[in-house]
Design a binder for this molecule. Structure first.
Ligand SMILES: *Cc1c(COP(=O)(O)O)cnc(C)c1O
Length: 415
């Protein structure tokens, strides 16, 4: 009886704040500080406006073209991926009902793992529910107290959190800098010798779009008997001649990078993540990875849709080719406008604007012109590097890129 409850509350003396009020008071100062720093985040309600053109969206009631999703190949709306999803839901039901080690591991999950392993050229692969959980789960299974974890300064938050999790000695090295990594790895006499060293890096950096210098990182890792793990959330399906991501792009094999992780909610267009590696690595994760063991398996239809997406990644190379043509067109046009570009050959093309307010204003100006481009601010990126994070998708067309360039030419610039 909410009515009666409200009346009862009104009548009772309110000297002590109730629990919720006490919590709110405790939290409010924090929220005010976030707002004062121009870092308050608001969600927009974004709906796909046209299944044939997933870059057309309706944002809070207004039709827009977006340049900020990670659906790089346009697979989230691909007909065969949608169909696989619907067919599997009708065949297996919607929820998986349990974790993988109980009854949640079905034929679609298993087939997906085998197909991912075959695609990556590894003996095994293991599917996790999300990339965030995958990174935490890898670290929780492999890293022990007293180990060292070395991470690129610009790694994704989930890799950073993974590195901080297990009581390891956590250190960051300068971005994409194998020499800095090596200096950090050099044994320091005064410290106790670590049990094992782990190097975690993004394959493609999620906010800058550059590719990690994997060959150089691999040499340093080998020299110091450290284990290299890459998070290829933004490389898988997108770069490399056949879409096998940063490894293929850098000419490395999975034997050289023994832990390869990528997400399935970005270029693959669906949801989830996987690790590819040796039999022993995967068995260790199944036995020990807490975020694998203690969570419900993704719905079987998600696995089925991902299998269909993996097929498209292999059978429709034109999607990658078109994406790279769009990126080239953008970079050419942006150079002509005198915009400062990052050294990125991936769909992630940031434009640095400086402070939080500048990035927000630019994003609002673009939205007025029907273009949705995310403003990315600290703490996602370092202080003073607030930016527009522009991303491209196969689902864009050349005119979309022209519209974006035109709108960017109206943004105020400092020079
Ligand atoms: C998106 C992302 C993740 C997290 O993956 P989810 O499946 O979205 O949880 C992990 N690492 C990187 C580099 C990412 O960009």
């Amino acid at each position: 009886m909410p009515m009666r409850l409200a009346i009862a509350r009104q009548n009772s003396p309110q000297r002590m704040p109730d629990s919720a009020q006490s919590l709110d008071t405790y939290l409010e100062a924090d929220l005010a500080a976030i707002a004062a720093a121009q870092r308050y985040r608001r969600r927009r309600i974004v709906a796909c406006a046209d299944l044939d053109k997933p870059t057309r969206v309706n944002v809070d009631g207004r039709d827009c073209i977006h340049f900020c999703s990670n659906d790089y190949l346009g697979l989230s709306t691909h007909a065969s991926v949608r169909e696989a999803f619907a067919t599997a839901a009708n065949r297996y039901g919607v929820g998986s009902g349990a974790s993988h080690l109980i009854t949640g591991h079905g034929p679609e999950h298993h087939a997906l793992e085998e197909e991912l392993a075959a695609f990556m050229g590894t003996p095994r692969a293991l599917v996790y529910s999300t990339g965030y959980m995958c990174n935490l789960g890898i670290a929780s299974a492999l890293v022990r107290r007293g180990d060292r974890v070395l991470e690129d300064r610009l790694n994704h938050a989930s890799l950073i959190d993974a590195g901080l999790a297990n009581g390891a000695r956590f250190e960051r090295y300068a971005h994409a800098n194998a020499e800095a990594l090596e200096k950090t790895l050099e044994p320091k006499a005064q410290r106790p010798t670590p049990q094992r060293s782990w190097i975690f890096t993004d394959g493609v950096f999620s906010m800058d779009g550059d590719v990690a210098p994997l060959k150089a990182l691999h040499s340093v890792a080998t020299k110091h008997d450290a284990t290299l793990m890459i998070d290829d959330a933004h490389g898988f399906g997108v770069i490399g001649a056949t879409g096998r991501g940063s490894l293929e792009y850098c000419g490395l094999t999975p034997r050289e990078v023994p832990i390869y992780m990528a997400t399935l909610g970005k270029a693959a267009g669906v949801f989830g993540a996987f690790v590819a590696g040796s039999e022993t690595l995967i068995e260790t994760l199944i036995q020990k990875s807490r975020t694998y063991i203690y969570t419900t398996a993704v719905p079987p239809a998600v696995a089925a849709a991902t299998r269909a997406a993996l097929k498209v990644i292999q059978t429709e190379p034109w999607r990658r080719e078109r994406l790279h043509a769009l990126i080239a067109k953008f970079r050419q046009g942006a150079r002509e406008l005198g915009l400062t570009l990052f050294d990125s050959s991936t769909p992630i093309q940031p434009l640095i604007l400086g402070d939080e307010a500048q990035a927000l204003t630019a994003s609002e100006r673009l939205l007025e012109r029907g273009l949705l481009v995310a403003a990315i601010r600290p703490p996602t990126v370092p202080q003073g590097t607030s930016r527009l994070r522009i991303t491209f998708s196969t689902a864009h067309d050349m005119e979309d890129v022209e519209r974006l360039l035109d709108a960017l030419s109206y943004l105020p610039r400092e020079h």
